[in-house]
Design a protein around this ligand. Structure first.
Ligand code: HEM
Length: 124
């Protein structure tokens, strides 16, 4: 008998788990004085809806991301590698607070951080 593959997406709790993760993650991001200003004029409802799709797809869920091109949507906003790192630290802290296995925390941060260059427009 073979053991069915369980994706990272499923271990995080599927659609509801990813939604809870993003709600908590963005609460931290929006509460950070270094990051909050970037989101001042953003439509947070749309942003979170698109992020749920993006994270779902990135973590092995059934979603496919149908939003705007990441480079395009983040360019010209002055988002530096430092801002990205602060953002990624909030993701890490959120994942740790959810009590996920250390490997799943690491893998999730990795799957999101591979997009760093698109977000900052800088080389690694
Ligand atoms: C790998 C990390 C990131 C990913 C995957 C990501 C992904 C996304 C997605 C999917 C959207 C919505 C696109 C759409 O409307 O179709 C978005 C919008 C946005 N992101 Fe990011 N993002 C990341 C990092 C950041 C960082 C570090 C900042 C700022 C510090 C940022 C600021 C914004 C803002 C302000 C918007 C709203 C744009 C608008 O509608 O006015 N993002 N992001």
């Amino acid at each position: 008998m073979t053991t069915p593959m369980v994706t990272l997406y499923e271990r995080i709790g599927g659609e509801a788990g990813v939604a809870a993760l993003l709600d908590q993650f963005y609460a931290r991001v929006l509460d950070d004085p270094e990051l909050a200003g970037f989101f001042q004029d953003a439509s947070l409802d749309k942003l979170l809806r698109m992020q749920k799709e993006f994270f779902g797809a990135a973590l092995g869920g059934p979603q496919s991301y149908g939003g705007l091109d990441l480079s395009w949507v983040h360019s010209g906003r002055g988002i530096t590698a430092h801002h990205f790192n602060v953002y990624a630290q909030h993701l890490l802290a959120t994942l740790e607070s959810l009590g996920l296995a250390a490997d799943d925390v690491r893998e999730t941060v990795h799957r999101i951080s591979v997009h760093k260059n698109d977000i900052t427009g800088e080389a690694y």
